[in-house]
Ligand binder design. Structure first.
Ligand SMILES: Cc1cc2nc3c(=O)[nH]c(=O)nc-3n(C[C@H](O)[C@H](O)[C@H](O)COP(=O)(O)O)c2cc1C
Length: 202
């Protein structure tokens, strides 16, 4: 009984994110605007740590996405950058390695369950994007994103390499102990475009 209730609740939550998608799709065109990286008004720590994001890479027919809460926004080599950290154990890691671009997308709170789903299932095991209820879309640049996203960052990979354990302080021990999540690779992307949609006054 409990299971059925949980299933129904999950379905309702996923559907409401899907309905958001329709609204967002309608807003697309009139409600989607490009902003400069320096115009991102949200706090970067809050964005990643509390809102979470999807990092997505690939081409039509060969694409994967996963939820991230580790990431940063800033500047490197005189360029605006977004940095994400993807464990070698993730299927997404393969896509980050073989593609020169990736996107980082943020979502309204109604999509939280979908992000939870995409962060606890692997694209290796099936079509998790479809199962999540989110709508994969292709941006003008040819990069993958989602119709439900309220902020999308398009990035060109300018650095990608695993953390070197020689540089670890005391914090990472808990993350990189044998049997844990694998070593994360650092991917720094030069921000090429930032799109925001569906915000009041935009
Ligand atoms: C809230 C949340 C945040 C996460 N953040 C990260 C992260 O920053 N880096 C990472 O490698 N995995 C992170 N994960 C785990 C991946 O999203 C998860 O392992 C996912 O199922 C991998 O999917 P894939 O095998 O299709 O790539 C996070 C998961 C959740 C739920």
């Amino acid at each position: 009984m409990k299971r059925i209730t949980l299933f129904i609740l999950t379905a309702i939550i996923l559907v409401s994110c899907g309905q958001g998608a329709q609204q967002n799709s309608e807003m697309k065109g009139k409600g989607t605007i490009e902003i400069k990286p320096e115009e991102i008004k949200e706090n970067a720590i809050e964005l990643f740590d509390q809102k979470w994001a999807l990092v997505t890479a690939g081409v039509p027919g060969d694409v994967n996405t996963m939820t991230i809460s580790w990431g940063s926004l800033g500047e490197l080599w005189n360029r605006p950058v977004v940095t994400v950290y993807v464990s070698s154990s993730r299927y997404t890691y393969e896509f980050m390695e073989k593609n020169g671009h990736f996107t980082v997308a943020f979502f309204p709170s109604e999509c939280r369950e979908a992000l939870q789903y995409l962060g606890s299932h692997s694209g290796r095991d099936g079509d998790k994007i479809k199962e999540s209820g989110l709508t994969l879309e292709w941006l003008e640049s040819g990069l993958p994103s989602f119709a439900e996203a309220d902020m999308i960052i398009e990035a060109r990979k300018i650095y990608g390499f695993p953390f070197d354990e020689r540089g670890f302080g005391d914090v990472p021990e808990q993350f990189y102990a044998p049997g844990r999540m694998g070593v994360h690779s650092v991917y720094v992307g030069e921000i090429e475009h930032v799109w925001v949609r569906g915000r009041e006054g935009e």
